[in-house]
Design a protein around this ligand. Structure first.
Ligand code: OGA
Ligand code: NI
Length: 344
């Protein structure tokens, strides 16, 4: 049994906290960041073009999306159709959740990673020796909708937010299915998208007295197909591109998207899941909302592109998800260990 540890919110609010406990010290080089370079600007995908009735416009947009997924695994979506006030209200509701008295939040549950509403700290304290400077709540919102009792603001808007995000994901995946040369409906069927798993994750990164020694989240890739992320006005997300860490400074009102492990498998390695991490600062609280969008939990995911030799073994998504969430975060080790069968 791991010892129970407190939330970093509570830790950061403790009087006289002048330095972090040693259990939060990570070995990493905070100066290992690519210098600002116009060639390293993150691609933008205009969703209105992807859904255009004009075939040329649409086919150009599909090409751009394909390139963004292949070369970066990361992009900003604009003209996404999710109202700005809804995004703002979502971040405020997450803030309210973390500000609830501890007894009004669900219990910490590090062990049961498939619990539909799970509040916790770090990533998986049952498995970690060094902790991340992060509290979270993870809520399964599809195919079955769940929501904590409190705060009321969360109950009010979470249904709409998850539907709107699913709409964006649907459009992106339909573009990806064209880019992969799949027949209409083939992807939906193979991945069971009608009952796709959607997990809403709110992340809290309070101010940290030693931002050069702590990490909000250690380098990792995400388990699903596509993760869609928004944040308050505080940065901290970094992605790895061509071996270098890059600060992500999103356009206002854009949604950040990263390609995940199940998409890497399904595309037979055409779209590699992107490594990313969260750094922290000593001034302001950062809140991010990351919605993980995966296949159906029951889907047996394998490479869809049959013209080439498969680089990945088939595996039920539910089993992959349990393994990824039930271990410590360690780069792309789960993908490597569980499904990768050759370099591609
Ligand atoms: C995640 C994640 C990054 C961030 O929740 O998987 O990578 O910036 N979040 O909060
Ligand atoms: Ni992530």
């Amino acid at each position: 049994m791991a010892t129970a540890i407190a939330s970093v919110k509570r830790l950061s609010e403790s009087p006289n906290l002048s330095s972090i406990p040693s259990s939060y010290i990570h070995e990493f080089d905070p100066t290992d960041i690519a210098a600002a370079d116009p060639d390293l600007s993150i691609p933008t995908v205009d969703l209105s073009l992807l859904a255009s009735d004009d075939p040329d416009q649409k086919s150009n947009a599909v090409q751009e999306l394909d390139r963004a997924c292949q070369e970066w695994g990361f992009f900003m979506v604009i003209n996404h159709g999710v109202p700005e006030p809804l995004i703002k209200a979502m971040i405020d509701a997450a803030d309210e959740f973390f500000n609830l008295p501890e007894e009004e939040k669900p219990e910490f549950e590090p062990e049961n990673v498939l619990t539909p509403i799970r509040y916790g700290t770090s990533f998986n304290t049952a498995k970690e020796d060094v902790f991340c400077w992060r509290d979270f709540v993870k809520i399964f919102v599809h195919p079955e909708f769940h929501c904590p009792e409190k705060p009321e603001s969360l109950r009010d808007i979470l249904p709409e937010y998850s539907v709107r995000i699913r709409d964006v994901v649907k459009k992106l995946l339909s573009g990806i299915s064209v880019a992969l040369g799949l027949k209409h409906g083939e992807m939906d069927k193979a991945l069971g998208l009608e009952s796709c798993l959607q997990i809403f994750v709110a992340n809290l990164y309070p101010p940290c007295p030693n931002p050069d020694m702590a990490l909000g989240l250690t380098p990792h890739s995400d388990h699903g197909l596509l993760t869609l992320l928004v944040q308050n006005d505080v940065g901290g997300l970094q992605i790895q591109h061509k071996g270098k860490w890059i600060d992500v400074n999103p356009h206002p009102n854009s949604i950040l998207v990263n390609t995940c492990d199940q998409l890497e498998v399904f595309s037979n390695g055409r779209y590699k899941s992107v490594l990313h991490r969260a750094v922290v600062n000593n001034k302001k609280t950062r809140i991010s909302i990351a919605v993980a969008n995966g296949p159906s939990m029951e889907a047996e995911v394998s490479p869809a592109i049959t013209m080439t030799t498969p680089g990945y073994a088939a595996m039920k998504y539910k089993n992959y998800l349990s393994a990824q969430q039930g271990n410590r975060l360690n780069g792309k080790s789960m993908l490597q260990e569980l499904v990768r069968i050759r370099d591609c």
